[in-house]
Design a protein around this ligand. Structure first.
Ligand code: FAD
Length: 287
């Protein structure tokens, strides 16, 4: 099923998981998925380390298991910067064999000491290429606070419009902690004429280290309310975990009331947190 069709009926709830680190056997992901069994998401997406084609097999294996073993629609991420056209063609063939119809088409981040492969410069190049080589539902990434390298919000929106026009039928945002950025972003989408559904990416922050990493990696801004939570509970792991979950639930309730198309939960492969959030919000999603 193409996940873009889900938005006609309800507020979509999707989850994101990542392949286990190189030091852990890939099969440990099944423990995570088994423990998510209380949740019935509309789809689960699987990330892909931007290193190159060697990472594709793990992503494909997990996306295939989600679809065929767990009976949940899956989305495979493909970051293109370090892939050649031949690499992508091979991945598309494998996706067709596994009957996976949904791709999150990404540029990926630059890997230190590695020259990009040179065939794809932007995600929109990958979107055009996929369009030519199969009947896939293509999802794109977007940035309510603007992408760090875009040179400003106006340019970023223009590039996003080009990406959507190239063949993207739904969007997922980078995480954010202040819903106002999301609401302003939706207004900008309207202004430039982007009319595809957009899911809000929500990441429950449950420890101080995680947030420091996110701020330096994605450049997201932390609202005052969030900083107060960190200051108050940051050194108490259990209290910080509970506060992080409550903060994410609060964001989701506000977004659902604000008519969001969907919520994409960055689970960080932590079923306990995902389950607790789901218990709090699933009725909102259904209504
Ligand atoms: P693009 O859409 O190509 O945009 C990148 C930058 O280029 C932006 O600043 C844009 O404004 C600019 N730009 C676009 N087109 C043009 C143009 N024609 N001329 C000039 N500038 C242009 N990374 C991974 O490696 N693996 C993953 O699995 C992964 N999953 C992700 C999931 C989500 C939901 C999100 C939001 C991000 C994910 N990322 C992942 C991170 C992503 O790869 C990075 O954020 C990357 O820096 C940008 O990717 P993009 O697809 O948005 O790029």
């Amino acid at each position: 099923m193409k996940t873009s069709s889900l938005f006609n009926h309800k507020t979509v709830l999707s989850l994101e998981v990542f392949p286990p680190k190189r030091t852990a056997p890939v099969d440990t992901i099944y423990n995570t998925l088994d423990e998510l069994k209380g949740i019935t998401p509309d789809f689960i997406s699987v990330t892909y380390g931007a290193g190159g084609s060697e990472n594709s097999q793990t992503t494909l294996k997990i996306a295939s298991a989600i679809k065929h073993k767990y009976g949940i629609e899956s989305v495979a991420h493909i970051p293109c910067l370090n892939l050649t056209r031949e690499d992508v063609l091979l991945i598309l063939e494998q996706l067709k064999e596994q009957k996976i119809e949904n791709i999150l088409a990404l540029r990926g981040d630059r890997v230190p000491d590695r020259e990009p492969a040179g065939d794809f410069r932007y995600a929109s190049d990958l979107v055009e290429f996929i369009k030519l080589h199969g009947d896939f539902n293509i999802i794109g990434a977007c940035y309510p606070e603007g992408h760090q390298e875009s040179g400003g919000l106006v340019r970023d929106m223009k590039h996003l419009k080009d990406k959507v026009d190239a063949g993207v039928s739904q969007l997922i945002t980078q995480l954010f902690f202040d819903n106002e950025y999301f609401y302003r972003f939706r207004e900008r989408m309207d202004l430039v004429g982007i009319h595809v559904p957009v899911e809000a990416g929500i990441m429950p922050v449950v420890n101080k280290k995680q947030i420091e990493r996110m701020v330096s990696l994605c450049g997201v801004k932390l609202p005052k309310k969030f900083i107060s939570v960190m200051e108050r509970y940051g050194d108490n792991p259990i209290a910080m975990r509970d506060a992080g979950i409550a903060y994410a639930v609060d964001q989701i309730v506000d977004l659902a009331a604000g008519g969001v198309d969907g919520i994409h939960l960055y689970t960080m492969n932590n079923p306990y947190i995902a389950n607790r959030i789901y218990e709090s919000v699933f009725r909102l999603m259904a209504s």
